[in-house]
Each structure stands twice: as C-alpha cells, then as structure tokens.
Design a protein around this ligand. Sequence first.
Ligand code: GDP
Ligand code: MG
Length: 196
Amino acid sequence: YYRRSWSSESSDSVISSESGSTYYRVVMIGEHGVGKSTLANIFAGVHDSMDSDCDVLAEDTYERTLMVDGESATIILLDMWENKSEDEWIQDNCMQVGDAYLIVYSITDRASFEKASELRIQLRRARQMEDIPIILVGNKSDLVRCREVSVSEGRACAVVFDCKFIETSAAVQHNVRELFEGIVRQVRLRRDSKEK
Ligand code: GDP
Ligand code: MG
C-alpha cells in the first residue's frame, strides 16, 4: 500500500475500503526528537490501549482501524519525515501525500515550536488550493519543569495557522488517543461540508 500511495495522485486520496471503513493518510512532521516515533509506537499498539491490532506496513508506516463517533476509520500513519536538507525528496513527498497532518513540537524545546511554524508555511505552500486538516501537537506535556512553550502560546499559534491544537504526552500516554480521534474528526468535517 505504501509504495502505491507514493505514486498515486494526491487528490481524492480519501478512499473507502470494501469493509466500509474510510482510509485516512496521516503524516507526522516536526523537528527531530520531539516524540513523533514514540507517538507512532503508541498508535501502533506497542503499549496497547486502543481498539484493534495494528499492521506495520513498512518500517515507518502503520495502519490501524479506530471507531470514532460510531463510524470506523482506518488511519495510515506515516512517520518518515526527516529534517536534513539532503532528504528533500522525502520532504516533498511527505508534503504531497497526506490527507491530514500532525505538526509535532516539544513543549520543552522552543526551537521545535518555531520549526512547527516553518513547517506549517511549507505545507501551505505545497498544497495551496487545499484546506488540509492539521493538528498542532505540543508533546512531552509530562515534563512540566522543563516547559519552554506555554499552553496559550501553542493555542495562539494554532489560531494563526487555522488548525487544531492539543498537548500530548507520549511518555505517560496522555491525550494520544484523543489526538488520533481528533484528526479523523477534522478530515470528516471537511468531507461532510464538501458533500453539502
Ligand atoms: P522523533 O525524532 O520525533 O521521532 O522523537 P522520538 O519519538 O524518537 O523521541 C525522542 C526522545 O523523546 C526519546 O528519548 C523519547 O523517549 C522521548 N519522548 C518522546 N515523547 C515523550 C514524552 O511525551 N515525554 C517525555 N518525557 N519524553 C518523550
Ligand atoms: Mg523518529
């Protein structure tokens, strides 16, 4: 699936499976070390707290079906983002293939918060005509004494960038499930408003 997804055109990429579940391709982006892979591992059920088993499709691609508001949704989570400039090809692809994005920073690292803003701008440039669902994710909320970015700063940034905001802790598994349910809801909101 992962190979096919790279080469397929990015429009109309929210597709329905035979089982009636809808697929959502969710891409994680953000500075190195903010906790993307740790969040992905929780999603993958390494410490299981979600509905169903996860299929690992490739080293950094995970698939899992969740029930959200009584409707099933299959998330294909891509955790292959690299910030190094020699990985420009990966970056361009990441910017093109997502139905939705999680822009992750660490609340203990102001530079990663600034990077999140840069990535938002980069994403907007890559997908100019589209209204892409995004959640700005302030991870490591358990590290209260190392906090460098306040909740209100995170929230204000999300307002400016016209996206949702959530603080999570992958370490203590706080708000992780809410994060993945939230991104499904964001895609659905746009789908439903298109249908009307
Ligand atoms: P990535 O580079 O964005 O994929 O970041 P990783 O998932 O590899 O995490 C980087 C480091 O931060 C690892 O040592 C994780 O254990 C740690 N980490 C990730 N999430 C959290 C969190 O919510 N709280 C704390 N305290 N540490 C975290
Ligand atoms: Mg990683």
